[in-house]
Design a protein around this ligand. Structure first.
Ligand code: CTP
Length: 392
């Protein structure tokens, strides 16, 4: 990858050398753009030796090759470490009066900044507002940490460790592969009311669906989470629509699916609902020793979405089965995808102690032909990423 590392004028500039070094050792082509202030903290020869590329900070060097835009245009990633309060203010305002400023304005690559400043500057309303602006434009902010600052000061404002900056920055690029895709994820378990205080429900916690929404948002997708009674908080950066019953989920899923590229039906949808809902609490004096409930079928949302899908739209279903083993799980999954008409079906075994409310998961994914296209095991977030890999 071609990476621009901007260094601005703070004492943490000496640590930025290690950011450059790690990136070079990982095989990246690194171009360092220091500000004039940064060069008072670290020398150009150091930066050239470590980056193995010429370093220029002057806007008027290399004018013939239009360097002030060429560097930014050709970058796959821009990292600014340390980012001073002054630099963040200039970036928020779009000021481009030096090579780093023009490089960033001319770049469409993800930008990652690692602020470093004294605590008072970090907390200043101007800095807070600038950070909010930058974040709203999709700029990734790494740190700062609490710790020792220059001199005797101790507090928030210390630049994150170089390895953490590198990891976050590389992660930001790797995860942008779903940018521009609109993804609807349904999650949780529906509740079918019997009366004002009781319902028929299931044991789904919503964790796998929430992990899918989180992973998709991290990878740049525009995500709607249709949430039925989640036991975990929804992730940041996704739109959430709360639903309760299967019929509500059906309506919300189909409405959002109309403009989506991908629909993932991770919710556990009740197949049946009570034929009638009592307006008042059902009393046992009135029902006696036994109570028979009449249930009616709910629509099969996945089947309907698959039948109505637009060209190019991808529909992914889940199948939770209490199977006798892997072969049986696969057989049930193949039958189910043939019946439902989805593009992919994610199969997992469930039982009294498996599958629900756990942090880990193990799945097999089959395509419409019933062929295994992926297997994944790990945390629900890791499994979510493997499922989303199908969309690349
Ligand atoms: N599903 C759905 N609408 C329903 C029931 C299920 O859209 N009324 C979806 C689920 O979200 C899941 C997939 O269908 O993606 C499979 O759910 P599952 O409960 O395993 O399948 P069922 O169709 O209910 O089949 P069965 O209970 O007979 O195994």
């Amino acid at each position: 990858m071609r990476i621009v590392v901007g260094i601005t004028g703070g004492i943490a500039a000496y640590k930025a050398v290690n950011v450059v070094r790690s990136l070079v050792l990982a095989g990246h082509d690194v171009h360092v753009v220091p500000t004039a202030g940064a060069l008072r903290f670290v020398g150009k020869p150091t930066l050239e030796a470590i980056s193995r590329n010429p370093v220029t900070a002057d806007l008027y060097d290399g004018v013939a090759e239009v360097r002030h835009v060429a560097l930014g245009q050709s970058a796959d990633l821009v990292i600014v470490a340390p980012a001073t309060a002054n630099f963040l203010a200039r970036l928020a305002a779009g000021i481009a009066d030096d090579l780093l400023g023009t490089t960033i304005l001319a770049s469409e690559a993800p930008v990652v900044v690692a602020p470093a400043m004294h605590t008072e500057m970090w907390r200043n309303p101007a800095t807070v507002a600038n950070l909010a602006t930058l974040r709203s434009r999709g700029i990734l902010v790494v740190g700062p940490e609490k710790g020792r600052l220059t001199g005797q000061d101790l507090g928030e404002g210390r630049m994150s460790e170089p390895d953490d900056i590198v990891e976050a920055a590389l992660g930001a690029v790797a995860t942008r592969d779903l940018a521009g895709k609109r993804i609807v994820v349904t999650a949780g378990g529906t509740r079918e009311p019997l009366d004002p205080v009781r319902f028929l429900g299931n044991r789904s916690s919503g964790k796998q669906g929430v992990a899918l929404a989180e992973a998709a948002a991290l990878r740049g997708a525009d995500v709607v989470l249709v949430a039925a009674h989640l036991e975990v908080p929804p992730p940041a950066g996704v739109r959430v629509e709360k639903v309760s019953t299967a019929l509500e989920l059906d309506e919300a899923a189909r409405r959002h699916a109309a403009s989506a590229d991908v629909v993932v039906m991770a919710a556990a949808v009740a197949d049946y609902r009570p034929a009638s809902v009592s307006e008042s609490k059902i009393k046992k004096d009135a029902t006696g020793e036994g109570l028979a409930l009449e249930l009616v079928r709910n629509p099969d949302i996945l089947t309907a979405l698959a039948a109505e899908r637009r060209p190019g739209q991808v529909i992914i279903g889940f199948a939770a089965e209490t199977s006798d083993g892997p072969d049986d799980l696969l057989r049930l999954g193949r039958e189910k995808i043939a019946r439902k008409g989805a593009d992919y079906l994610v199969l997992n075994r469930v039982g009294w102690s498996e599958g629900f409310a756990t942090d880990g998961n193990a799945v097999v994914i089959v395509d419409a032909a019933g062929d295994i296209v992926a297997e994944a095991a790990g945390t629900k977030l890791e499994v979510a990423h493997r499922i989303l890999d199908l969309l690349r």
